[in-house]
Design a protein around this ligand. Structure first.
Ligand code: SAM
Length: 313
């Protein structure tokens, strides 16, 4: 018998009807303890039901959670950051100059990506975060002279103030009660040209709510989304899925629910179909159209492989 099949048989026994109640009791205890950092537990009707079940805690709004972000993640990129940097770099090279970063922590993506890609000199990079991260992020930006960075703890303000050419959100939207990307697009004042979503828990089954131990005695309710429906809901608003990658560093094992467990998270890149997405104020549908005509774009009606914009003659 191979190791893989032995492990599978063991798991099926544990998740089966006889052992399942004991498995859930054991995993629940583990989840609530310090050692449960990163673990997931339970299926809930709603965020409210999940919060009621969780011990009282501040969620993400807790200074101590910033330590690793300040010390490590502002300086280091991970494998799953490379597709993000690749598409960001292309967008910047084709004229994008403003970013809305939902859940960008203390500015981790801005600080870390800066060492790898050139950013426009007039760049504005606005982060929507919880108040604790906003305060620490602002201090860090001042210390490191990161003039492009600004912060808000008000999502609606982020969505309805000056439009951004690029939205990025990494490992975050699922923790927000009411922030499906398609809902955010409907609520914003000006739609972005580019949307980069990373580290999302997407799978083939139905949407559900679970909880995660996020360390330091903090816990968060979170959504798990059906992948195809989430993609289609964004495409229905005039976007074209240009890239999709598996995030192998994140997996979801939900004790007692093997059918809701999956081995990797997902990253997605969407570009606006230039004819259907609302153009940004003050920014032409294709910023390079006038300054630097792009041969491949003007000669085809397909999406341009360099700038992701669909052109029609
Ligand atoms: C797992 S961390 C990801 C941080 C960073 N984007 C990354 O990829 O490393 C999730 C982030 O979402 C933020 N977050 C959670 N709920 C939020 C909310 N309601 N509004 C704004 N930010 C939120 C947290 O503070 C945290 O920084």
């Amino acid at each position: 018998m191979t190791h893989a099949s032995a492990a599978q048989i063991m798991r099926e026994l544990l998740e089966g009807p006889v052992a399942r109640p004991a498995l859930l009791r054991w995993r629940r205890q583990q989840f609530l303890a310090k050692e449960g950092f990163g673990f997931y537990f339970g299926v809930f009707e709603s965020f409210a039901a999940a919060r009621e079940w969780l011990p009282p805690n501040p969620g993400f709004n807790h200074d101590t959670l910033a330590t690793e972000y300040v010390e490590v993640r502002t300086r280091q990129v991970f494998t799953y950051d490379y597709p993000m940097m690749w598409w960001l770099d292309r967008a910047f090279r084709h004229g994008a100059a403003s970013v809305l970063d939902i859940g960008g922590s203390v500015g981790v993506h801005y600080h870390a990506y800066r060492s790898y890609i050139d950013m426009p000199s007039a760049l504005t990079w606005r982060i929507v975060e919880v108040p604790a991260m906003v305060a620490i992020g602002r201090r860090l930006a001042a210390e490191r002279g990161a003039m492009a960075l600004s912060f808000t703890d008000d999502l609606e303000e982020g969505l309805t103030s000056a439009g951004a050419d690029i939205w990025i959100s990494s490992g975050t939207l699922h923790y927000m009660e009411d922030a499906r990307p398609s809902d955010l697009l409907k609520r914003c004042l000006e739609a972005p040209m580019h949307i980069l979503l990373n580290k999302l828990p997407l799978y083939e089954g139905d949407d559900f709510v679970t909880t995660q131990n996020i360390s330091e005695g903090c816990f968060a309710p979170m959504h798990v989304f059906n992948r195809d429906r989430l993609i289609r809901s964004i495409e229905a608003l005039g976007y074209h899925l240009r890239d999709r990658w598996a995030v192998h560093e994140r997996a979801l094992y939900l004790p007692g629910y093997p059918e809701r467990s999956f081995p990797s998270f997902t990253g997605l890149y969407f570009a606006a179909e230039s004819q259907s997405a609302a153009p940004l104020a003050g920014v032409s549908a294709h910023p390079k159209e006038i300054e630097m005509p792009h041969e491949r774009c003007t000669e085809c009606i397909e999406a341009c492989s360099d700038c992701a914009v669909r052109w029609h003659r």
